[in-house]
Design a binder for this molecule. Structure first.
Ligand code: NAD
Length: 344
């Protein structure tokens, strides 16, 4: 089984080489992202292995299919970069539904604490032997209300952390989980109430038509003055321009962003010697109360190993049995997991 691996980073190779060797899956590592211009590199391979910013649109799917590629092995959970409807009947799309929800949830909390306790400012000051505390006043998380949108694996892990901090948790999910409510420590509320009653809002839902720009100028207006927005999920959940306006008007107290709407143009690459072309991103980064990390929430040793192991297992399972428990299926439920793995 030969797999063309796109958007390779140095931290990807050790774990994929290790598990690939163990399971007879040979990877060819390409640094370039998969898109219309690079799809031909997959000629002669059985499948492609892609990450969040590779493009698997209709044109790429058609080209891969023409070349005999049959598997798209996503080494991530989200699949908003794949045209699932177009892939149906052509390519089997496998993913890693969970690798370490703790990695992402802990990063969300790390961003929140950094931001509200001004750690990013204090770090730079003390490096320069500036021990002044002026302007570093933060606020307690204990007793504050956090609104969590999306209570799946990562949302739950984040809720557990917040409960440990003594916070009140409001939640919204398209499919509320009764067991969370039964504990009595989490209250599911309509989105409107979550917006109006939360001091902090953290996004843990997938990017879909429903959730696109769930944080917009309109929803921000419903939020408390000083609200802190955390997005470790997908960039387009937040209308970045509206967020910037919210920051400039002082209505939004802080923003912690691990993802950005137009991140595929910049994230994961070193642009330190370049002129930043994206004015919104540049302006957000320039704000003292905005912290941006480059889609690194997943990046822990545990997560990297789990990602590689599950991806390789998915490929092997599918090759040997024509079935994979982690296959995504558009027909089953318009891009939810395939219920029986037998749709095509
Ligand atoms: P999950 O599938 O376990 O949970 C997603 C939850 O969102 C589910 O409970 C689902 O019911 C809910 N949901 C679906 N549609 C919704 C809607 N319209 N409104 C509100 N809730 C809705 O997924 P997860 O593993 O918890 O991951 C959540 C997201 O985190 C992923 O979709 C991915 O985009 C993102 N993610 C980011 C990183 C990173 O490195 N920054 C890493 C992994 C995942």
């Amino acid at each position: 089984m030969k797999i063309a691996f796109f958007d390779t980073k140095p931290y990807d190779r050790p774990s994929f080489e290790k598990y690939g060797e163990q399971h007879g899956v040979r990877f060819k590592f390409f640094e370039t992202k998969l898109n219309e211009d690079t799809a031909d590199l997959a000629q002669g391979y059985d499948g492609v292995c892609v990450f969040v910013n590779d493009t698997v649109n209709a044109a790429v799917i058609d080209r891969l299919y023409e070349m005999g590629v049959r598997i798209v092995a996503l080494r991530c959970a989200g699949f908003n970069n794949v045209d699932m409807k177009h892939a149906f009947g052509k390519l089997h799309v496998l993913r890693v539904p969970a690798y370490s929800p703790y990695a992402v949830a802990e990063h969300a909390m790390a961003l929140l604490l950094t931001s509200i306790r001004r750690i990013h400012k204090a770090y730079i000051r003390t490096k320069d032997f500036n021990f002044s505390l002026s302007g570093l006043t933060g606020f307690d998380l204990h007793g504050k209300t956090v609104g969590v949108i999306g209570t799946g694996r990562i949302g739950r892990a984040f809720i557990d952390i917040c409960l440990g901090f003594g916070m009140k948790v409001l939640a919204y999910d398209k499919f509320p989980a009764q067991d969370l409510v039964n504990g009595g420590r989490v209250e599911y509320v309509p989105l409107e109430k979550l917006f109006s009653d939360s001091d902090i809002i953290s996004l843990h839902c997938p990017l879909t038509e429903d959730t696109h720009h769930v944080i917009s100028a309109e929803s921000l207006q419903k939020c408390r003055r000083g609200v802190v927005i955390i997005n470790t999920s997908r960039g387009a959940l937040v209308d970045a321009e509206a967020l910037l306006q919210g920051i400039k008007s002082r209505h939004v107290g802080a923003a912690c962003l691990d993802v950005y709407e137009e991140e595929s143009d910049f994230f994961f690459e070193d642009y330190s010697g370049h002129i930043m072309e994206d004015d919104t991103l540049a302006r957000l980064i320039s704000m003292p109360n905005v912290i941006v990390t480059s889609h690194q929430a997943f990046l822990t040793e545990e997560a990297l190993l789990n990602i590689a192991e599950t991806t390789v297992t998915n490929i092997r399972e599918f090759t040997e049995t024509s079935h994979c428990a982690n296959e995504l299926c558009w027909r089953c439920d318009k891009a939810e997991d395939c219920r029986d793995g037998k749709c095509f």
